[in-house]
Design a protein around this ligand. Structure first.
Ligand code: IMO
Ligand code: MG
Length: 422
């Protein structure tokens, strides 16, 4: 039997999933994205060169890997071609890319609607990435979406015409300019021609791999607290970045899944609107942002920063069945004098460790902290857990104790080699 391993975000995204994926992809034959689209931003540094992917599986940098965009992903063809072409410019052939025929396509009207609906929400805006993700998933569930197989097939023109006409009705209601079908078709039919060679039945492909005993790495985007069901609804994304999304977004059933790694930072961050119990809107938050370079890969927005939240982490462990944790950015908090760890919430004068993805609960909960000594000293050269300074070990062991989950990977710097594996 093969190993199917999964990497998921355990908080509000941007945990550094790319780094863990990069490490695990050494042993994998397949790297699969199963949900989301180019709202994600995964950066990896290889030989001093920085790669930032939004859509492509990060594992594609390992040319022995077959990189798959699964059926659960929504694909902006323009962005995908940009990423393919930039990889080609760096010397990669990109012949190892496969796109599910069932993945849905993002069109310009999805992007227009994403921006428009945010405006309409006014004070209740979500702070989306405005990449058309939500509207594309809406069409999928409305059953009017255009899948990759339609996009490259003979019905594309007709389906696009119907969709543009319907979206123009909505745009007119909001007094927005009409979209021109002919312009969109002319541009997108060219993208379809270029992408056609990558489109196939990825589910059958993956199951053949499972039968052969080949390793498969499922690459999560977004994160548990951004999940449409389990996140801080409505301040979430429009898909399931949690474990269930792996099965529905690839066709790999639960019984085939082995390790489920949840990625966190030694602190925490969030972009966009919505509750965030351990947020530090103060000097500490600013300091973490600067030390951790917490500015979005996708939208360049400054990220909201705060302390690590074990109430949320234990929830992520629970709903995903995490088998181990990967912790990044230990080198970032190293430079702080004191480090705080949220171990419980105080809600309506009661202490609780049960997370609820409910706005009233999250907006009115106060974090209860334990405090640790920082100033570990430079840890970038530490190769084993034993080599880490005592204060760093204390912090890590306490997290393991309160979560009952091993911290298997520890990120000690930005480079590919800055990782401790236990
Ligand atoms: P990675 O994979 C951080 C957030 C947006 C917004 C909400 C909804 O890099 O961890 P959407 O455009 O998805 O409809 O926006 O979700 N969001 C992310 N935040 N990292 C991401 O991905 C995100 N993808 C979406 O900021 O609050
Ligand atoms: Mg991101």
């Amino acid at each position: 039997m093969s190993n199917v391993n999964v990497v998921l975000g355990a908080f509000y995204g941007d945990e550094g999933k790319g780094k863990v994926i990069d490490y695990l992809s050494k042993d994998a034959k397949y790297a699969v994205r199963f949900s989301g689209g180019n709202n994600a931003g995964h950066s990896i540094e290889v030989d001093g060169k920085k790669f930032a992917f939004h859509l492509l599986p990060s594992g594609i940098l390992n040319t022995n890997i077959k990189a798959i965009l699964g059926n659960g992903v929504v694909i902006d063809p323009k962005v995908l071609l940009e990423e393919i072409n930039s990889l080609k410019a760096s010397g990669y052939s990109v012949n190892n890319l496969y796109i599910s025929e069932k993945a849905h396509v993002i069109f310009p009207y999805h992007i227009v609607l994403d921006g428009l609906l945010e405006e309409v929400r006014g004070g209740r805006k979500i702070g989306t990435t405005k990449r058309g993700i939500g509207p594309a998933y809406c069409d999928k569930y409305e059953r009017c979406g255009i899948r990759m197989e339609d996009f490259i097939g003979s019905n594309f023109k007709e389906l696009l015409k119907i969709n543009v006409a319907n979206k123009n009705v909505i745009l007119k209601a909001y007094k927005q300019p009409k979209l021109k079908f002919a312009d969109i078709y002319k541009e997108y039919i060219e993208y379809a021609k270029e992408l056609k060679k990558y489109v196939c039945d990825t589910t059958t492909m993956l199951h053949k791999a499972i039968k052969k005993g080949e390793n498969i790495l499922c690459e999560g985007a977004q994160a548990t607290l951004l999940d449409i069901d389990f996140g801080s609804y409505p301040y979430v994304t429009s898909s399931n970045p949690t474990i269930g999304g792996v099965s529905t977004g690839t066709g790999i059933g639960a019984k085939y899944i082995d390790e489920v790694y949840g990625v966190i930072k030694a602190y925490s961050s969030r972009v966009g609107e919505g509750p965030y119990v351990t947020e530090q809107i103060n000097e500490i938050g600013n300091k973490i942002r600067e030390l951790g370079h917490e500015y979005g890969t996708t939208t360049k927005r400054p990220r909201r920063c705060g302390w690590l939240d074990l109430v949320a982490l234990n929830y992520a462990i629970m709903v995903n069945g995490l088998t181990a944790i990967a912790m990044n950015h230990l080198d970032t908090i190293e430079k702080l004098d004191k480090i705080k760890l949220c171990v419980a919430y105080k809600y309506k004068n009661k202490i609780t460790t049960d997370f609820k993805a409910n706005l009233d609960f999250l907006n009115n909960s106060e974090a209860v902290y334990e405090e640790f000594d920082g100033n570990f000293g430079d840890i970038s050269s530490c190769k084993t857990f034993e080599e880490l300074p005592e204060n760093a070990k204390k912090y890590i062991c306490r997290i393991e104790e309160l979560t009952g989950t091993p911290i298997k990977f520890i990120g000690t710097g930005a480079g590919r080699e800055n990782i401790i594996v236990r």
